[in-house]
Design a protein around this ligand. Structure first.
Ligand SMILES: *Cc1c(COP(=O)(O)O)cnc(C)c1O
Length: 376
């Protein structure tokens, strides 16, 4: 039995929807399927506006444009994240101020954010790792008191919530990813969530190459013209048509993933009790989406041995981010605020186990069994 790390979500009916998109005779953006996805996302998240994009990276770039990030501005983000979290702002000239994470959730430590704020700080970008929420009440309070914006990198956060509020819908702006490795996929794609109404019109313009095409199509202006900076951030209808049926069945997918996650947790909790390794923590006020299941080994050496052990038994497991502040670009475009107590140490011992929709009980139990064997 070979167990891959991920299987891109496929429910089987995507092709029917994609065929309809082809039959519609319009594959370019903002047709029927994109509009349906936007509405679904607004309904699921409660965001004032959801706009499907070509990627989460591009949704974050749109956020940086909307916030008018300029040369010399500072943006606060965790170092334990994907490059796009910060690249979007570096592209506008910002310097990144990396803040340490909490070892329990691997999310930015909300208690360290305020100390990292300077007169140049324009935004905080919390990343909800594995669909487990950052401490958003605290983060929003800090942002409000200092007059700075919050962009949630909710790439992994769709269908997850913080105190009952959907991730991505709490900050001024939020971004989802629909990459093949995420819970719902359109191949490459994402969405920008606009929660502050003041950004909606400009978001539509930036997404449409800096034109007022959207207003023109609505009939609210009589000329279609260049009105602002922008780029092409709207995906093809084919991609939207792949995503739509998955969003329609989002609950089923989420429940299935959560079941796999719970089986892992149940099956491995004795190892944690014996102090052999650690399991992920989901605070009581957060509901997650089982985006990933990780364990924490004693150290990097043990993790490498476990990875090899699993690989020899046909099981793919992978580690995650190399901290951004220690990368070539991270050193050039950012600085670490305060001490790196947890970021490097925790990232070196984190190992992600196979997780995908439709993982069978046998596959699930095989992985659990082999991890137990390694430690036993
Ligand atoms: C996947 C991911 C992204 C990038 O998403 P794309 O849709 O591939 O651009 C950004 N941030 C985080 C935290 C991610 O996990």
């Amino acid at each position: 039995m070979k167990i891959p790390f991920n299987r891109p979500l496929s429910l089987g009916n995507e092709i029917e929807y994609m065929k309809k998109a082809v039959d519609n005779g319009k594959l370019s953006g903002d047709g029927e399927f994109t509009m349906e996805c936007n509405l679904m996302l607004e309904r699921m998240s409660g965001a004032k506006k959801a706009l499907l994009t070509t990627s989460c990276t591009h949704a974050l770039e749109m956020a940086a444009l909307l916030l008018d990030i300029k040369e010399g501005d500072e943006v606060i983000a965790p170092s334990f994240s994907f490059v796009s979290t910060v690249n979007a702002f570096v592209l506008r000239g910002a310097r990144i101020v990396f803040v340490d994470i909490r070892p329990d959730t691997m999310n930015i430590d909300e208690n360290l954010i305020e100390g990292a704020i300077t007169e140049r700080t324009k935004a905080i970008v919390p990343v909800h790792y594995g669909g487990v929420a950052c401490e958003m009440d605290r983060i929003m309070d800090i942002a409000e008191r200092h007059g700075i914006s919050v962009v949630e990198d909710a790439a992994q956060g769709i269908m997850a919530a913080y105190r009952g509020r959907a991730l991505g819908s709490i900050g001024h702006l939020g971004a989802y990813s629909f990459h093949d490795t995420k819970n719902y996929t359109m191949g490459e794609g994402g969405a920008l969530l606009v929660n502050d109404k003041g950004y909606i019109d400009r978001a539509e313009i930036i997404r449409e190459k800096g034109t007022n095409r959207k207003e023109f199509l609505r009939g609210t202006v009589d000329k279609y013209t260049w009105v602002d900076i922008g780029s092409s951030y709207l995906p093809s209808e084919l991609n939207a048509a792949h995503l739509l049926p998955q969003l329609m069945d989002a609950k089923k997918v989420n429940e299935n993933r959560l079941q796999t996650w719970s089986r892992y947790h149940e099956g491995l909790k004795d190892l944690e009790k014996e102090g052999l390794m650690e399991l992920p923590l989901v605070p009581g006020h957060c509901s997650h989406n089982a985006h990933l299941f990780y364990i924490k080994c004693k150290n990097m050496e043990e993790r490498t041995r476990l990875m090899d052990f699993l690989k020899d038994r046909g099981i793919a497991s992978v580690f995650h981010y190399i901290p951004l502040h220690s990368s070539v670009a991270g050193m050039r475009y950012g600085r670490f605020h305060g001490r790196d107590t947890h970021t490097t140490r925790e990232s070196e011992r984190l190992l992600r186990l196979p997780m995908y929709y439709g993982m069978t009980k046998e596959e699930n139990e095989k992985v659990i069994g082999e991890v137990c064997r390694f430690y036993g």
